[in-house]
Design a binder for this molecule. Structure first.
Ligand code: PLP
Length: 417
């Protein structure tokens, strides 16, 4: 923290608050670029870069400026809806670097993706294969497919973001995958291209991902022996980030290392689908203290951001570091443990519990590591306009999504005649 208080790159956060208002998401172009470079450099160091495609998982943060930045860096994209397809294309991403994941693709979405000419569909069920074959047939095309297999490894993360267990709704069961590949290979409007797996999110231990890679490679070899040769292997995303110092995430190279070691000497192309690890620590949520409330049992700081802006604490009991922006001149309050809460009418509307802070009304707070699954999960609950988003690039701050206004929130509604 310099004399001007907390900064993102060379821009002071209190200036951003004054110019764009709060609550406001603030991202750093340099941090986004650095996170992408960590993947690129790791693959380069292993001699794998020229046969690898890094597909940013759009759902983590789908702002056009962020998609455009990754497109300029050479990224592909992992999408989960027709809406995300449209965003990627609007942001300048190339269709032939898009992989399409998701357990329930609508026929309309399949059609749009086929017409755009995406790289591959990550198919998640036997029925989806049949439907995709039919849709591709109607368009006179062959759909490129991978099967998302569920390797049944325990990613040891939060149950809501663990996806690779037998009990998960994602992917096809590992034991059924071989038969489903044989079926895929026999369908006239499909082209079997690859295999995909993604075992969960916020993973801090490289072992489960390496274990999943082992299982996937075993299956790839069995398929090849049966005459089904795959061109690419998609190992998903999932690398976690450091939200708190006592639960550090491994550097990208350390996380990927054991997995990549298993791929040495193979011929297939590689696809990765990182989301959180590219954007999570590149963004924060800037908010202002509205009211301090000293109850009998607890001290509350009611801020102008809420669960509708950042849902992770309410949804996953997730922990975000919260710091005072503390630009010079503000007299400090008395340090005490605060519940940092929003104005939404839910007891689950909290952003942090029991945070020792010296606060005064009007203070600015930064909720850190909010770049992933923050704005992307924001809603208008309580008819609250969604926050503005700003990207800092050196000493310039660019508005990349203006704050919604209230009239826009009910503009699509109508009353009975
Ligand atoms: C969400 C998701 C990702 C990205 O996960 P992160 O944990 O954000 O890296 C990648 N692939 C699929 C299929 C996903 O659903």
């Amino acid at each position: 923290m310099g004399p001007r208080g907390l900064q993102v790159e060379s821009v002071a956060l209190d200036e951003i608050a004054a110019r764009f208002g709060t609550p406001c998401y603030v991202y750093s172009r340099a941090a986004l670029t650095t996170a992408f470079a960590a993947y690129r450099d790791t693959l380069q160091a292993k001699g794998l870069l020229d046969r690898a495609l890094i597909c940013y998982a759009v759902k983590a943060n789908s702002n056009l400026a962020i998609l455009n930045l990754f497109a300029r860096l050479g990224a592909g994209f992992d999408i989960v809806s027709g809406g995300e397809l449209a965003r990627v294309l609007a942001a300048g991403g190339s269709a032939d670097k898009i992989v399409f994941s998701g357990v329930g693709k609508a026929r309309e979405e399949m059609r749009a993706a086929l017409e755009a000419g995406i790289h591959c569909f990550n198919v998640e069920s036997a029925s989806e294969l049949e439907q995709l074959d039919e849709v591709a047939g109607q368009l006179g095309r062959r759909a490129p497919v991978s099967l998302r297999v569920n390797p049944d490894v325990d990613a040891r993360t939060h149950p809501y973001i663990s996806t690779g267990l037998k009990t998960a709704k994602f992917g096809v069961a590992f034991d059924q995958a071989f038969e489903i590949y044989r079926r895929a290979a026999s369908l006239p409007h499909l082209q079997v291209k690859g295999i995909d797996c993604h075992i969960g999110s916020q993973l801090l231990d490289p072992a489960p991902a390496a274990e999943a890679a082992d299982k996937v490679l075993g299956l790839v070899d069995r398929l090849a022996a049966a005459g089904i040769a795959l061109e690419h292997i998609d190992l998903g995303g999932g690398l976690g980030i450091t939200y708190r110092a006592d639960e550090p995430a491994p550097p990208t190279a350390d996380y990927l290392g054991p997995m990549l070691a298993r791929l040495a000497g193979r011929k297939e192309k590689l696809v990765f689908e990182p989301g959180r690890s590219l954007v999570g620590n590149a963004g924060l949520l800037l908010t202002r203290v509205q009211v301090l409330k000293h109850g009998e049992a607890r001290h509350f700081a009611v801020v102008d951001a809420a669960m509708n802006d950042l849902m992770r604490p309410a949804l996953y009991d997730a922990w975000h570091e919260i710091v005072k922006v503390g630009a010079g001149g503000t007299a400090a309050g008395t340090p005490m443990p605060y519940e940092i809460v929003g104005p939404v009418c839910e007891s689950g509307d909290f952003l942090g519990h029991d945070r020792e802070l010296a606060l005064q009304e009007g203070d600015l707070l930064a909720i850190l590591s909010a770049g992933a699954y923050g704005m992307a999960m924001a809603s208008n609950y309580n008819t609250r306009p969604r926050a503005a988003e700003v990207m800092v690039d050196g000493d310039a701050a660019h508005l990349i999504r203006r704050r919604e206004n209230v009239a826009e929130l009910f503009a699509l509604e109508s009353v009975l005649p």
